[in-house]
Design a protein. Sequence first.
Length: 365
Amino acid sequence: MSTELMQALHDLGKEKGIEPEVILEAVEAALISAYKKNFGSAQNVQVNIDEVTGEFHVYTCYDVVEEVVNDKTEIALADAQKRNPNYQIGEVVMEEVTPRNFGRIAAQTAKQVVVQRIREAERGMIYSEFSERESDIVTGTIQRIENRNYYIDLGKIEAVLGPNEQIPGESYDMFDRIKTYIVEVRKAAKGPQIMVSRTHPGLLKRLFELEVPEIQDGVVEIKSVAREAGSRSKLSVYSHDENVDCIGACIGAKGTRVQAIVDELRGEKIDIVKWNEDPCIYIASALSPAKVLDVQINEEEKKARVIVPDYQLSLAIGKEGQNARLAAKLTGWKIDIKSESQAQEAGIDYEDQDYEEIVEEYLED
């Protein structure tokens, strides 16, 4: 190998972020394999490469022993001392066996190894970069569409948006720019696989974190997210500063902040409720816009019975049970909703706690 080749290997490794020592070790290992393959050696072989000139030498290594068992890897002490009287048992005798015609093979092998190592290093760097960005949002361009999968160009790599991760009713065309949420980064034989989603609750949470400065600063905290992508979502928030209105911060002046997120999610409705450590108030808030009369909880079973006025029953349950379902996901409580009439027929005692007023007072605090 020439000085020019060594310099090229160094420059390429530096450009790709690979240490020269790593490249040399890989080249040396590859040359050992190439030597054994081309010259049929079963001996212990070592290759030394001069980092500056590119000159290399191949050596057969023999362990110095008292009695030889394997003459391909061992040498008797007496024979070793004929070469150098200072040899002792346990040392290694190196004999140069560099073939005359090995230069071309060495250069070709070095190039192949470097290309392979660069490819591996690039894959490793891409994996490290994107694995650190799991649970984050990325923006890319639709590059191709195959079997209902969208392949998104993220610059260094493609991400896959599978059918189950697409918002119902959404469709995209080639070269559309799209925001997605990184769900998982997998190691695969052909390189990292980036799995992204448009339906994950984390997408909604991350959009609010990016849109609302108070959330970025830690003043307002997102406590929970419940989402049925493409239809409706609920978000519970809490302010660590009594002077900051957490719901107002998320909505923004004239609704600009929340509207930007609604637009990104193609019209998905978003309810923002104020988190409360009192589960009764929290559950009543989560069922908004329905009016709640009473909330009775069973802490052991994590169940809540909610009484609403007769005319509010359908609103509390929501279309196909959506409002109740989202409220249950948001709060972590199993919610059983009954109208006043149903409660009376079932002999359930309840008091009109006027949670609507309680929630309004809490929101004003």
